[in-house]
Design a protein around this ligand. Structure first.
Ligand SMILES: *[C@@H]1O[C@H](CO)[C@@H](O)[C@H](O)[C@H]1NC(C)=O
Ligand SMILES: *[C@@H]1O[C@H](CO)[C@@H](O)[C@H](O)[C@H]1NC(C)=O
Ligand SMILES: *[C@@H]1O[C@H](CO)[C@@H](O)[C@H](O)[C@H]1NC(C)=O
Ligand SMILES: *[C@@H]1O[C@H](CO)[C@@H](O)[C@H](O)[C@H]1NC(C)=O
Ligand SMILES: *[C@@H]1O[C@H](CO)[C@@H](O)[C@H](O)[C@H]1NC(C)=O
Ligand SMILES: *[C@@H]1O[C@H](CO)[C@@H](O)[C@H](O)[C@H]1NC(C)=O
Length: 583
């Protein structure tokens, strides 16, 4: 029986949602995370903080839980990395404090009023039950959950001196940690949408060392797996989850297989102000090279890599972050890794002593009522579906798409009749091939991309042997696609900002200049087996067994297979929606 079914559902008003059935639990198959049927499931998560002093998932004083969950779905995420503090799971008297009592002890009486209005059913629940209610509502909205042990003592994370950094620190007793992991793994044992556990966030500080990493990660992994064999066991590296280089020499020994995932964090500020003070092509190359040595190599070794935190200041005013993001998106498309954005949170109840602190990295606005920056949501949307992986549209032959990180769009034809190209949705991308002769051709046609004159459109043509039909990836970042005109001058693919047409221009900011931003000319050629245009407009419900379901209204059904503990769960996620006013 074929369970991955792209069922197209037409909704009242405007929304077309492919419905993808995922059979839980998840496993690993080499570098891919897959479901029961071996089909790739790409984690496209958002982090939702629930580990600060209040120990309550942020935002519940601003919006009803179910509204927040549906907003997460509407933004195209299929999963939440939900943080928790260790002591919530190891200290019964803490766990039984109610939501109301927790805010009262922090002096946040307005927050209590807010929760009473927006989430009356949660306000008198013990903290641990409020946490369970969040997980359960996410499940009802078909969102997968990764439980992330973010810290021991509730509070903002992370510093090297906060006593929560590494085994043996003041608040980080390995035995207590194992106990807490076991307790959480057991608690969510029969909860199919809990698909993974991040065992500990951002190991760090003076005490960190490789020997203890192997020792305790092995113990923690075994404890989680024996308490809950369904979940993926997700491990953080050293130095704020930036370093796994030690794994190149010595593997981790576990008694189980098919469940181990490594998580890595990547922010602009991981490299100080390098992005702002350097030439973006050179910085991107250097930083990515370093990242690959420290952790990216795990993909080649056959391990899934979950970039469980990345993010930027979404106001668009932080040059360091903006430049990083364009490079990040290029690499993330090319390597097609699993990821989790930091963060959902629009503002915190209380963070670092500040009440109602605005989260400029948050995808929701300060009042939790809107999307902070829809340009940003558009930019990441192309990464929310897999480009490749087992079981993905097996009828589609491997091809390339040409991705433009700074818009999150792909190179597509202006219209079927025309030779002109433009930026458009990656779901409508042409299937390209990049040949050994360095031509970029449309698959199954005799058309290839040709440079014409400087500043003019780069067109599709049929004479593919001359100089101006040969394309190279140049600059240190290798994200400029360049050709030579017949008179010998070198040009790069670019976008005409007025007409949105793909043109050729003088190549920008190739080296040295740090004032210059080349991202308009950054394109990356991505391997893909995603289905292309031809199959995309069949607007019928294809799966006999699935009834027509309304967007956001699919019920979670958990059918048990005879005898096995695995459940088959029709799991949906939707394409990101562009018209956000209609949600
Ligand atoms: C458990 O939590 C309670 C309530 O916050 C606190 O008073 C107590 O010290 C904690 N116990 C331990 C063992 O940490
Ligand atoms: C894992 O097992 C291999 C082979 O038995 C051994 O060489 C290696 O040292 C072990 N690694 C750890 C971390 O125990
Ligand atoms: C959203 O981000 C873009 C790109 O970084 C920026 O230009 C724009 O000003 C931002 N919009 C808002 C509302 O912050
Ligand atoms: C090649 O032609 C372009 C106009 O298409 C011109 O701008 C450029 O200077 C010429 N290059 C050389 C090396 O003559
Ligand atoms: C363009 O010309 C340069 C300099 O002669 C050469 O190194 C490069 O390979 C050429 N590019 C392509 C795509 O042929
Ligand atoms: C893309 O596919 C080509 C050809 O199959 C392969 O050589 C290359 O390594 C792939 N690149 C990535 C980043 O997976």
């Amino acid at each position: 029986m074929k369970k991955l079914s792209f069922s197209f559902v037409v909704l009242a008003f405007l929304i077309v949602s492919p419905v993808v059935a995922v059979a839980l639990p998840l496993y690993t198959n080499s570098r891919w995370i897959v479901d029961e049927d071996g089909q790739r499931v790409k984690l496209a998560c958002v982090n939702w903080a629930s580990h600060l002093e209040a120990m309550v998932a942020e935002g519940l004083s601003k919006r009803p839980l179910d509204v927040i969950s549906k907003r997460i779905v509407s933004m195209g995420f299929n999963c939440v990395r939900l943080t928790w503090p260790l002591f919530l799971a190891t200290n019964d008297s803490l766990a039984s404090v109610t939501v109301r009592q927790s805010f009262r002890s922090l002096g946040l009486s307005e927050t209590i009023v807010g929760i009473q209005v927006n989430n009356p059913s949660l306000v008198d629940l013990p903290l641990i039950q409020a946490y369970q209610a969040v997980v359960s509502n996410l499940g009802e909205n078909n969102l997968m959950v990764i439980l992330d042990n973010h810290i021991s003592k509730p509070g903002w994370c992370c510093s090297s001196f906060d006593g929560n950094g590494f085994f043996g620190d003041k608040y980080f007793d390995p035995g207590v940690w194992i106990k807490g992991l076991t307790s959480m793994a057991t608690m969510f044992n029969a909860t199919p949408n809990v698909v993974g556990m991040s065992l500990r966030n951002e190991l760090r500080g003076n005490k960190q060392n490789v020997k203890d990493w192997y020792r305790y990660m092995q113990q923690g992994g075994e404890a989680v797996h024996s308490a809950n064999p369904d979940v993926l066991v997700i491990l953080s590296g050293l130095n704020y989850d930036k370093d796994f280089s030690f794994l190149a020499k010595q593997p981790l020994n576990l008694t189980f297989s098919g469940k181990l995932v490594f998580e890595l964090h990547w922010y602009a500020f991981s490299d100080g102000k390098a992005w702002e003070t350097g030439n973006p092509n050179q910085v991107c190359a250097t930083v990515v090279n370093n990242l690959m040595r420290k952790g990216g190599f795990l993909l080649d070794r056959g391990w899934p890599l979950f970039i469980s935190e990345f993010g930027v200041d979404q106001r668009g005013t932080n040059v360091n972050d903006n430049r990083f993001l364009n490079c990040f998106l290029g690499v993330a498309a090319q390597l097609d890794w699993d990821w989790a954005l930091w963060t959902l949170v629009g503002r915190y109840y209380l963070r670092q002593g500040v009440v109602g602190m605005d989260e400029t990295y948050g995808v929701l606005s300060w009042d939790w009522n809107n999307i902070r920056n829809s340009t940003f949501v558009q930019q990441i949307s192309a990464l929310q579906s897999p480009f490749q992986g087992p079981g993905l549209s097996s009828e589609v032959t491997p091809h390339k798409v040409i991705f433009h990180p700074s818009t999150g769009l792909c190179v597509v034809r202006k219209s079927l009749m025309m030779e002109l190209l433009k930026l458009g949705s990656c779901t409508e991308s042409e299937a390209w091939s990049y040949t050994p002769e360095k031509t970029l051709s449309l698959k199954d046609t005799n058309l290839c991309l040709q440079a014409d004159e400087l500043g003019e459109a780069a067109k599709l043509g049929i004479i593919c042997s001359d100089l101006s039909s040969r394309w190279d990836m140049i600059s240190d970042s290798k994200m400029h696609i360049s050709s030579n005109l017949t008179n010998g001058s070198t040009v790069c693919i670019d976008v005409d900002s007025n007409t949105n047409t793909i043109i050729t221009s003088q190549c920008k900011c190739l080296t040295k200049d740090h004032t210059c931003d080349p991202s308009g000319q950054w394109f990356i050629i991505v391997n893909s087996t995603r289905s292309t245009t031809a199959t995309k407009f069949s607007l019928t419900t294809v799966n006999r067994k699935s009834s027509i379901v309304k967007h956001n209204q699919l019920q979670l059904k958990s059918l048990t297979k005879g005898g096995g503990r695995s459940s088959l769960w029709p799991f949906t996620f939707t394409e990101p929606i562009t018209n956000l006013d209609n949600i």
